[in-house]
Design a protein around this ligand. Sequence first.
Ligand code: COA
Length: 380
Amino acid sequence: MTEQEVRKGLYGVVADYTAISKVNPETNSLLYRGYPVQELADNVSFEEVALLLWNGELPTGEGLDEFYAKARARRGLDDDLIKVIESMPQDCHPMDVLRTAVSFLGTRDPHKFTQDTDHIRDIALTLLTKLPTIVALDIRRRRGEGYIEPDPAKGYAENFLWMVFGDGEGSPATIPSDIEAFEKSMILYAEHSFNASTFAARVITSTNSDTWSAVTGAIGALKGPLHGGANEFVMHNFVEIDDPAKAEEWTLDKLKNKELVMGFGHRVYKKGDSRVPTMEAAFKKLASEHPEKDSQKWVEIYDIMAKTMYDNTSIHIMPNLDFPAGPAYHILGFDIEFFTPLFVMARITGWTAHIIEQYENPTIIRPLAAYNGPDERHVR
Ligand code: COA
């Protein structure tokens, strides 16, 4: 293999087919199984999107009711898992808690390796339903608050917000537009083709390992600041800037020092991320509905940074989904270190859809490397 054929970071490499989602940078569009993601965010529930990603079609009537009943009954955690979570350090990263909790759940599976796609689907359902409960428990224990049991009568987003914030006055679980904004973010984060964490899950699945291992690996990949971790860094930056009057200079300084501005740029989209307009609208709506949280300040910083990046980069770098999602989660009341676990709760649907697809089309993923170390030499 010649030097010129090396594609660092697999840049531009098409590694396989997928029927799950189509990212089209030319038209700024993202389709889940053919449906534009914006339409899904405006018209269906996150649980319906999960079924669409796993099965290829949106559920209808009775099928959906049966699914709701089955899924919502599975949200609870057993005492052993609660003990494992509570035994972890209060100051470890919440992604470490999630990674460990998923791995722990895997030790309970009597099948050491994947049996068939029904087995993967069953694990996918378990994770879709239990991850929010795990995240909520972790948020509350760090705040010194007790575990709130899931409520099978509530929808996905309402139940999660309730498990985190309870139902006291001002809780987002009691405000329909807050519930709606959170649910939209879950739909927008659900799936994005061969991104790094999904690809990690596919690599692990390609060795005929098991779904728990694939998801554990994917969580590790998503934790990185260049991938899912970016939504946390976005909000840390907003907090550091704090005053809209400083936003332009702060951004220009980063560019001058050749530092990355988190929440901007994308490996695939070079003319804007198709998910941003929906999430930006949800963020700005949340901000206007919560003036008591000094939210307008974040909107101003958002707009100034976006304009500064666009105007001052030769390739007009634009925001990615993490840029509006970060401040939206902040307004909803989440601690910053939990933003990436929220992303996991959504992306579990895409990961497991890809695990099914990879399992059904088995080929071990094993690229080559161009060796550039020392020539052959000998110990003596
Ligand atoms: N801030 C400042 N400069 C950026 C930038 C950002 N967020 N994103 C890209 N650039 C610069 C690159 O450094 C590069 O500059 P160079 O030509 O001087 O080396 C140029 O723009 C082109 O970069 P590009 O090829 O488009 O980026 P990539 O495909 O290698 O990387 C990301 C894509 C997402 C990893 C990158 O944009 C990034 O690190 N963004 C910040 C982290 C983030 O928000 N991640 C979430 C992704 S959904």
